[in-house]
Design a protein around this ligand. Structure first.
Ligand code: PMP
Length: 437
């Protein structure tokens, strides 16, 4: 049709690999572990969409809940008004999070969750008389969405340099002395441990009394599945505690079972002051995010001291009834099917399959945790990302959806994946990696 032939009207599908323009691949349907393409093929979902469809696709319980909700109560304002599912969802999420993170603020995306968490952190510091603490610290190669807050604290210079001055007073902890390389991993669990000390350099540079919060992804996802060395997050927590700095975990990818525990905070046994989530909260079905923190921090933001009484924060679609219904049905599905811990049961099988690829050509690192994994490929001189991009196209043709970020292939299948499907995924990938050599 004319509408589907006009591929220029919405061209975001091109932008993942600007240097290698491709026609967008069209999906027309999805069910459980598979997408159906416009040419009628089945594609195994190796990435849970964009790291979000943790319960798989178009699951009947979630579909029914959404249909029922839209027919019953399509919308309710979240200011002055409310609806019961918002409170039910908040209570269920609070119960899932470790204490004291039992207060929830609803957003519509990961980027909004990050903006909200940064604002809550700044407001809390001010409310407790620490108004000089205005600096925010992110990390090189951190990804926190594409809002102004997220690109400011995010560690990807390319995502922000076009836009001039970002949030001021932001520093980025070093991730490695060689920004082109991933110091975390390369098969050595201790690698990169020293980089947490970079926070101390920043504290010495600016003085702790100027720093409000540090934000990190417990496992960085979009920049290539960077798994922190043992002790890194504990050490980060300790440095923050010692210096009155709030710690924010961005769990937009790691939340909702990706590592085999409900959240990465459970997996690592480190409790931050704020957590951001989105994606898996509704298993990708409807946009929704949530920020979690303690009552103290939440109340400081919501009611605050006198000078904050006029502060307003929230969104037209905060706690949208359809999103709440989708999230509640998603949580039911996770619980009934044991999906929040399933990655733990499959982790070894996943690891064995992934590492069986190590004899394939051009691989310089393989890393994994829970049901997340990455294969880092040797770049082709002068043609960065070409090899991974070719792998993406080839895999798609062979019936497998993978994600590429730079020269890294990232994998994060829905948590319902079977062992046979894990075998199929790695068999296809083996053939892809040989074919693109
Ligand atoms: N934070 C992290 C860790 C993410 O991975 C993402 C999305 N990939 C975001 C924030 C932004 O989420 P959204 O695209 O929903 O705004």
């Amino acid at each position: 049709t004319a509408a589907t032939n006009n591929l220029e009207a919405f061209w975001m599908p091109y932008t993942a690999n600007r240097q290698f323009k491709q026609d967008p691949r069209m999906f027309v349907a999805a069910k459980d572990m598979h997408y159906t393409t416009s040419d009628g093929r089945q594609v195994l979902d190796g990435t849970a969409g964009l790291w979000c469809c943790n319960a798989g696709h178009s699951r009947p319980k979630i579909v029914e809940a959404v249909q029922k909700q839209v027919a019953e109560l399509d919308y309710a304002p979240a200011f002055q008004m409310g609806h019961p599912k918002a409170f039910e969802l908040a209570a269920r999420l609070a119960a899932l999070m470790p204490s004291p993170l039992d207060h929830v603020f609803f957003t519509n995306s990961g980027s909004e969750s990050v903006d909200t968490a940064l604002k809550i952190a700044l407001a809390y510091q001010r409310a407790i008389g620490q108004g000089t603490r205005t600096r925010l610290i992110g990390r090189e190669r951190g990804y926190h969405g594409t809002g102004f807050g997220g690109i400011s604290v995010g560690g990807i210079v390319a995502n922000r340099r076009t836009f001039g001055t970002m949030l001021t007073g932001v520093d980025h902890m070093r991730h490695t002395h060689d920004p082109e390389r991933n110091a975390f991993s390369r098969g050595i669990p201790e690698n990169g441990a020293e980089y947490v000390e970079d926070l101390i350099r920043i504290i010495q540079l600016h003085d702790a009394s100027t720093i409000a919060a540090v934000i990190v992804e417990p496992v960085a996802g979009s920049t290539g599945v960077l798994i922190p060395p043992k002790g890194y997050l504990e050490r980060l927590r300790k440095i923050c505690d010692d210096n009155g700095i709030l710690l924010i975990f961005d769990e937009v990818i790691t939340g909702f079972g990706r590592l085999g525990t409900p959240f990465a905070t459970d997996f690592f046994g480190v409790t931050p002051d704020l957590v951001t989530t989105a994606k898996g909260l509704t298993s990708g079905v409807i946009p929704m995010g949530a920020v979690y923190c303690s009552a103290d921090i939440y109340n400081a933001f919501m009611t605050g001291p006198d000078h904050m009484i006029e502060l307003f924060h929230g969104y037209t679609y905060s706690a949208h009834p359809i999103a709440c219904a989708a999230a509640l049905a998603t949580l039911d599905t996770y619980e009934e099917e044991g999906l929040l811990t399933r990655a733990a049961d499959l982790a070894q099988y996943w690891e064995d399959g992934l590492h069986s690829l190590k004899d394939c050509p051009n691989i310089i690192d393989i890393r994994n945790l829970g049901l997340i994994g990455a294969i880092e490929l040797e770049g082709i001189a002068g043609e960065p990302t070409k090899r991974a991009f070719s792998a993406f196209l080839k895999a798609y043709d062979e019936g497998l959806l993978i994600r590429t970020t730079g020269d890294i292939i990232a994998l994060s299948p829905p948590l319902i994946i079977s062992k046979d499907q894990i075998d199929e995924l790695f068999t296809t990938l083996r053939s892809v990696l040989h074919a693109i050599d």
